[in-house]
Design a protein around this ligand. Structure first.
Ligand code: NAP
Length: 300
């Protein structure tokens, strides 16, 4: 069976068009412009490229966008002072601190310094707590994007065996939690989470109707590890080389060419989950702008 290749780019594009329209309406009717600040510390090339992408899309959607760049050796206190400035800035509705931060900075302390009502990445403990108990909140962007993909392709999540490989705070743990939420659309799955201490990984992955992989190892999931007809969401982004023009060559955590012959649907890398992550960041910022201006929204 040849799989449906899930076109994350076009799903993302469709959502961005809706966001753009809503931004125009907000401006016209209420003179509100969603504002996003991105804060980048250091010179990691992948982080620079992610922030550039976020800025470009924010501008294309008509947002007010501010880019802050701090040197690698900035102190934790200086960074927190900057966050505090934007916590108070009425033109800014979303604050994004690009992770990872340099080792000298306590990431937790920095995330906790963001006003939870501007935490458009959904990493603040208040938003994580709300997500777990099923209250409206900012959902973390990658898991949020995966939910939208599953909904768009009409995946039967209720009652499905969902297996998540990876338990990071930004992908594995939240997506596992979201899939098991008592919710008719994209919820009610039976979820298994796997990690480095899982005894027989293939035993679990082979049982999965929905397999979500966020490990960070190129082509880690091979065809013999997946069930015929499964839906596979590959979150991994691995840089495996550079083109002669100097562009990064990317591949996912799943052996795409072999696995696509066996499953019913699969996300490619690039062009699968990645574009959705950025799009859901814009969606969260739009909802934040509505919330801060007392309009109906999806995050409170
Ligand atoms: P992470 O924090 O490094 O976590 C990796 C997880 O994989 C850990 O829980 C680890 O288990 C598990 N793992 C590693 N080796 C394993 C093995 N041999 N067997 C079973 N589990 C194993 O990674 P992350 O931040 O979630 O990111 C994962 C990948 O997704 C990366 O490639 C990242 O670049 C990509 N990513 C993409 C997007 C996007 O928008 N497309 C967004 C975020 C991340 P332990 O906990 O036991 O160590």
């Amino acid at each position: 069976m040849a799989a449906k290749i899930i076109d994350g780019k076009s799903i993302a594009q469709e959502i961005r068009e809706k966001i753009k329209k809503e931004v125009e309406e907000l401006k016209e009717k209420y003179d509100i412009v969603p504002g996003l600040v991105t804060i980048l510390v250091g010179y990691d090339p992948a982080s620079i490229s992610y922030v550039k992408g976020k800025q470009k899309i924010a501008q294309a959607l008509g947002f007010y966008s501010v880019e802050e760049r701090l040197p690698e050796n900035v102190s934790e206190d200086e960074l927190i002072k900057l966050i505090d400035k934007y916590n108070k800035d009425l033109k800014i509705h979303g604050i994004l601190v690009q992770l990872p931060l340099p080792k000298s900075i306590n990431e937790r302390r920095v995330i906790n310094a963001i006003d939870p009502r501007k935490d458009v990445d959904g990493f603040h403990p208040i938003n994580v707590g709300k997500m777990i108990i099923g209250e409206p909140c900012f959902l973390p962007c990658t898991p949020y994007g995966i939910l939208v993909i599953l909904e768009k392709i009409g995946c039967q999540v209720e009652g499905a065996e969902a297996v998540v490989v990876g338990r990071s705070n930004i992908v594995g743990k939240p997506i596992a939690n979201l899939l098991m939420q008592k919710r008719k659309t994209v919820g009610n799955a039976t979820v298994t989470i796997c990690h480095t201490r899982t005894k027989d990984l293939a035993f679990h992955t082979k049982r999965a109707d929905i397999l979500i992989v966020a490990v960070g190892k190129p082509k880690f999931i091979t065809a013999d590890m997946v069930k015929e007809g499964a839906i596979v969401i590959d979150v991994g982004v691995n840089r495996i080389g550079t083109t002669p023009e100097g562009k990064a060559i990317l591949c996912g955590d799943v052996d795409f060419d072999a696995v696509k012959e066996k499953v019913s649907a699969i996300t490619p890398v690039p062009g699968g989950v990645g574009p959705m992550t950025i799009t859901m960041l814009m969606k969260n910022t739009l909802e934040a702008a509505k919330m801060w201006n007392g309009l109906p929204n999806e995050v409170e």
